[in-house]
Ligand binder design. Structure first.
Ligand code: ADP
Ligand code: MG
Length: 687
């Protein structure tokens, strides 16, 4: 059995988990035994070293110590009596204060010895602690929760750490011994990795720091090795498929690009040539177009699509939101005028219109189509789809990429992302894709001036924005409402919206949020885009893509509630035209240190790479790059900044696939059964 098999092993069948525990665990998102075994501690307490009360005071850190109970006392607090246990170790006396723990004096008996884990401080003229853990001390008996490294998990409030430890221990004992290793034995021994069983035991309940380190190393290896095997297979599949020659002509496309009201940047030109080269190559294109917000990725994508049209094929562009799809559609139509048939398909396309579009798509009358997920429906059929483009690729899963690709015959694929990914990381996570980067922004851009606004400066900011409006500029106000959330939050958004209208009279403002009907959204967006309403109040829905060059002000309320990448994306909505733009990050006076760090980074730099790197460090790359959605194994342990380690895993996978490309050797069956079986094989095996 492989670890991955435990995904189909539900919690229901386990008799050592109570129904109450099952309910709590399921509510927290654990569905299978796999989910539990791969849920790692977020930190550990080293309770191995035995220290003293004195050391705890000195280091200002919690310690494990062995104490004897001397005396039972009590204190009064809020009219209640609480036990106070006087203890002593080799160094000094101290008090354990048990707020709301009336039974403490029964459990800590005078004269007996106990293990204690606590941080002691000097308070009210005595050395004490009110947060501590204990266990009876017995000569030559290994304690349960002391004398070892103690794992701490993030858990739902209703479930105690102790309960979780018990459950996990049972799971590890019953499943780990049957686990087969998916990594070939020679790699495990060659790199001196821990075995599967050792690694999973040690990461949960480490024997010592060194073994914990090695457990993490082994699991990190699994993660990266798994991704690399998948990627190398994909690469092989792509390069062994030969597509029919599809492209000869580009004059019309070049002419359309030449009519643009601006000159392309060198990076845009280079990306276009790379794409053209891929399109003409005998193998399908799999290219990632990376470029910061506002770098001008869209025209590059249009170039690829127009080439398909010029050579009598079809191209589709998939956008994550309706407003973005609409904007792309408009821009594309504006660019081709009436020389190419372009269609827009979203979930709000009327039935009659949809029918018409589908018919003309099937017959090949429509060359280019822009849309949302609606494009993925099975009844959307093309006559000759050769180019597919995904905007904001991290919003889409592998399944969706496959669904669209299947509508063509090994189409050329371009995926776009505004998250600047450091090169080594990109090679690790997107090694199946060739990469084009637009680094240079259009040269007419001025850097955005970013200010962190505390309540005392709010008024001044308002005055300033009014002046911008008077000069004919436009402003975004972003209010943090979680899209899926309650009426209450929407109420406060509407309240905010009314306030903005009040403040900036006579300038009109429109509202945009995810709960509005598509039609209302379009109306709002159109009024803002056309400038009729110079103010747009919205939620995060504008994060992706909206392009209004005349907008020069971005106000982000409660900015500390957003992640760095989101803030960067939001700021990217301004600074797109020739006027100086401003971004105001509004927070309370007091915010968390991490929040403060985010504000400072935003004020200091506009460099997407630097911001992404800081964001990776705060939140972990998995969450940002949407690794969860990519279908690849999640990265829970691997450090994507450890270049040598990444190179080692990559090289191992490359060697294996090159001398056993079909993975038929017995020693590689672990890879086939234990890794590949849980990946979207359809995708990996197709060119
Ligand atoms: P993103 O990379 O964020 O998708 P867009 O493609 O939406 O960026 O481009 C942002 C804006 O810059 C658009 O208004 C676009 O027309 C404009 N633009 C693109 N390329 C250039 C260029 N070379 N010079 C000037 N403006 C450009
Ligand atoms: Mg874009």
């Amino acid at each position: 059995m492989y670890l991955g098999d435990l995904r189909s092993c539900s919690l229901e069948s386990l008799d050592f988990i109570t129904n109450r525990q099952k309910r709590i665990l399921q509510k927290f998102g654990f569905e299978s035994v796999y989910d539990l075994i791969t849920y790692f501690p977020f930190r550990y307490e080293d309770r191995k070293e035995i220290a003293s009360i004195e050391k705890s005071l000195l280091w200002q850190k919690p310690v494990t110590t062995i104490v004897r109970v001397i005396e039972h006392d009590h204190i009064y607090f809020q009219n209640k009596r609480h036990p106070k246990i006087i203890i002593q170790d080799d160094t000094m006396r101290a008090a354990l204060v048990g707020f709301h723990r009336p039974y403490l004096s029964k459990n800590l008996r005078i004269g007996e010895k106990y293990w204690i884990y606590a941080q002691f401080t000097m308070k009210y003229n005595e050395i004490q602690t009110s947060s501590f853990e204990f266990e009876p001390y017995q000569e030559n008996v290994q304690p349960k929760n002391f004398g070892r490294i103690f794992p701490i998990y993030r858990l739902p409030g209703e479930l105690s750490l102790k309960e979780f430890h018990t459950i996990l221990k049972k799971l590890l004992d019953s499943y780990l011994p049957q686990m087969e290793d998916e990594i070939p034995v020679y790699a495990v021994t060659g790199h001196k990795l821990l075995t599967k069983e050792e690694a999973y035991r040690e990461i949960h309940f480490p024997t010592d720091q060194k073994l914990l380190y090695r457990a993490r190393l082994r699991i990190a290896y699994e993660e990266i090795f798994g991704i690399q095997i998948a990627i190398q297979l994909k690469r092989r599949a792509v390069s062994s498929y030969t597509k029919p020659a599809r492209y000869q002509k580009r004059e019309k496309t070049d002419a359309l690009i030449g009519e643009l009201p601006f000159a392309l940047t060198n990076d845009q030109k280079k990306a276009m040539e790379e794409i053209f080269h891929d399109l003409c190559s005998p193998h399908p294109m799999h290219r990632l177009l990376q470029g910061d917000v506002g770098a001008g990725k869209t025209v590059v994508a249009f170039f690829a699509m127009l080439l398909a049209a010029e050579n009598h094929h079809q191209a589709a562009l998939l956008a994550p939101t309706e407003s973005l799809a609409f904007q792309h559609y408009e821009n594309l139509v504006r660019m081709v005028k009436d020389r190419v048939d372009v269609a827009l398909l979203t979930s709000s396309t009327t039935l009659a219109e949809r029918k018409n579009i589908l018919a003309r798509l099937k017959s090949g009358d429509i060359a280019l189509i822009v849309g949302t997920h609606a494009l993925l429906q099975p009844d959307v059929v093309f006559s000759d789809l050769t180019t597919v483009v995904f905007d904001e690729q991290h919003k889409f899963g592998v399944e969706q990429r496959i669904a669209l690709a299947k509508k063509g015959n090994h189409p050329d694929m371009l995926v776009m992302t505004a998250t600047p990914i450091p090169r080594t990381i990109a090679l690790t996570l997107y090694g199946d894709l060739d990469i084009s980067i637009i680094r240079q922004k259009p040269s007419d851009r001025l850097p955005v001036r970013t200010h962190w606004i505390r309540p005392s400066e709010y008024h001044q900011m308002r005055e300033f924005i009014r002046k911008q409006l008077e000069q004919g500029r436009q402003a975004f106000f972003v209010y943090p409402v979680i899209e899926a959330s309650e009426k209450l939050e929407l109420k406060s958004l509407e309240h905010y919206y009314h306030q903005i209208r009040e403040w900036f009279k006579p300038f009109s403002a429109v509202l945009l949020h995810g709960k509005m009907s598509t039609e209302d959204k379009m109306v709002s967006l159109e009024s803002f885009r056309s400038g009729r309403a110079p103010i747009l109040v919205s939620t995060l829905v504008i994060e992706v893509g909206i392009d209004v060059p005349n907008a020069t002000v971005m106000v982000i309320e409660s900015a500390e509630r957003f992640g760095l990448s989101q803030l960067h994306q939001l700021r990217g909505r301004v600074g797109r035209g020739r006027h100086q733009s401003f971004c105001f990050l509004v927070t309370e006076e007091d915010i968390t240190p991490e929040g403060k760090e985010r504000m400072e980074i935003m004020c200091r730099t506009e460099d997407g790479f630097e911001i992404a790197e800081a964001d990776f460090k705060q939140r972990g790359p998995g969450e940002i790059l949407g690794v969860r959605q990519s279908g690849l194994p999640e990265l829970k342990v691997a450090n994507l900044y450890d270049h040598r380690f990444l190179a080692m895993c990559t090289e191992d996978a490359r060697r294996i696939i090159s001398y056993d490309p079909q993975l038929t050797l017995p020693k590689h069956q672990g890879i086939v059964q234990g890794i590949l079986r849980f990946l979207p094989l359809d995708y990996l095996r197709s060119g």
